[in-house]
Design a protein around this ligand. Structure first.
Ligand SMILES: Cc1ncc(COP(=O)(O)O)c(C=O)c1O
Length: 427
């Protein structure tokens, strides 16, 4: 049964059935949350088990010949840099280890650019009449919030399974000097789960930009967050490519262990050209005498090396995988036959991106809310919270228990159906 092919009478009848199902849901007084990409307690238990007996206090001097319990060594410990170096295939000279949040590093980097510009800027960005940033959409709401907070005009760019629409990106950046950069989540993008193609990465590294101080914010938050063994996406090393194409300072890469060890208690990193690293350190020395090196040590002891991280990520994936399958199965059974929506089946990351019929996303989120299922607000995945099609909903399956998720998805599909029938009926 495809909704759009039903007669008005049949649709009205379907609506009545759905409304009574919805009313039954209301009686259950549910309180379920599919709104944010947070690990569940089972994942945290797996991480806790490998951190539980770590002693980072008795022995505190390692390769840096430095007491890690003390002030100093503000670009991070050699061992922590080696860990990220191995994971990301980047030389340790191009890495700074930060504190517990990569988002913090991103906000900080932006503030720095606003206040001082970078080596290639004529003036600080805040002294310019206008600063614009390209925002592949749908995207990560907190990236957009940074731009909004700092008064940067966001230009939406559509994204597909190969990455941002590069023809559009290239055409914009070559003409407009006020476009200073682009946000990218290149591997398992938030929320679509897309991984950029090699061609996209090359074009980003190589494109001509009118702004000489153009920067790519390369948020590699999901660098090792595969869901299915033997189905891992990978991306080209953009730092190397920028160097190859003679734009060595173009990219700042960010990452963290937030969804490897503990959100809020992990370690983060910023990786870039040697020149950019020097520029960042010059600024950072006014901000801190050093981040938490004992936490860097704990992470190095816990994971040891790339192999250790990947083995741990496999264990986490075993917990996450069934959750993605619950969502996808429910959508497949309940929504596919009706031909009223589409969605992605990503091979990694934390989200499933759902595209309702145009004009339905807000209504679906509202209905879910009434029935006790919290979703990311409709529009949140777009600059200025404005989804022009009112279609995209970010489903975050990781946090609820499997039984809660099953229940939440049963509610979700009823709300999708109800909102779609209302829409087709023109209500
Ligand atoms: C794309 C992306 N970047 C950054 C973050 C936050 O990272 P951190 O915890 O390191 O600040 C998230 C968290 O959901 C994310 O999805």
């Amino acid at each position: 049964m495809q909704y759009k092919e039903l007669s008005k009478d049949k649709l009205l009848h379907e609506k009545e059935l759905l409304q009574s199902k919805f009313d039954e849901l209301l009686l259950k007084k549910l309180s379920l949350d599919m709104s944010r990409g947070k690990p569940n307690s089972e994942q945290l238990d797996i991480s806790a088990a490998i951190f539980a007996n770590i002693d980072c206090y008795t022995k505190r001097v390692y390769k840096d010949n430095f007491d890690l319990g003390n002030y100093g060594l503000f670009s991070g410990t050699t061992e922590a840099k080696e860990l990220f170096s191995e994971l990301l295939d980047i030389e340790i000279e191009k890495i700074i280890i930060g504190g517990n949040s990569s988002l913090h590093l991103m906000y900080d980097m932006f503030s720095h650019l606003m206040l001082f510009g970078n080596q290639d800027s004529e003036k600080p960005w805040c002294k310019l009449e206008k600063v614009k940033f390209l925002c592949p959409t749908p995207g990560y709401d907190r990236h957009f919030a940074i731009c909004e907070r700092l008064g940067i005009e966001m230009i939406p760019v559509s994204i597909n399974e190969f990455g941002p629409d590069m023809d559009y990106v290239e055409s914009l950046v070559k003409e407009d000097e006020s476009i200073k950069g682009i946000w990218c989540v290149p591997l398992y993008s938030n929320p679509d789960g897309f991984s950029y193609s090699n061609d996209t990465v090359k074009r980003l590294a190589n494109m001509k930009t009118k702004a000489s101080d153009f920067r790519i914010f390369w948020d590699n938050a999901y660098a090792v967050h595969h869901i299915y063994p033997n189905k891992e996406d990978s991306i080209e090393n953009i730092i190397d490519l920028c160097e190859k194409y003679n734009n060595p300072n173009r990219v700042y890469m960010f990452t963290s262990t937030s969804k490897i060890s503990f959100p809020g208690s992990g370690i983060s990193a910023i990786c870039s050209s040697v020149d950019n690293i020097a520029d960042i350190m010059e600024r950072m020395k006014y901000q801190t005498i050093g981040y938490d090196k004992l936490n860097m040590l704990r992470h190095v002891i816990a994971f040891k090396n790339k192999e250790g991280v990947l083995a741990h990520m496999n264990n986490l994936a075993a917990v996450i995988r069934p959750k993605f399958e619950i969502v996808l199965k429910q959508l497949e059974i309940e929504i596919t036959p009706l031909n009223i929506a589409k969605w992605n089946s990503p091979a990694g990351g934390y989200f499933i991106s759902f595209y309702a019929m145009n004009g339905c996303a807000k209504r679906i989120v509202e209905l879910c809310q009434k029935a006790g299922v919290k979703l990311t607000p409709a529009g949140a995945t777009y600059p200025y919270r404005n989804d022009p099609n009112d279609s995209n909903i970010r489903i975050a399956p990781t946090y609820p228990s499997n039984s809660d998720l099953q229940m939440a998805m049963e509610v979700f599909v009823i709300c999708v159906k109800l909102a779609s029938v209302e829409k087709i009926l023109g209500e």
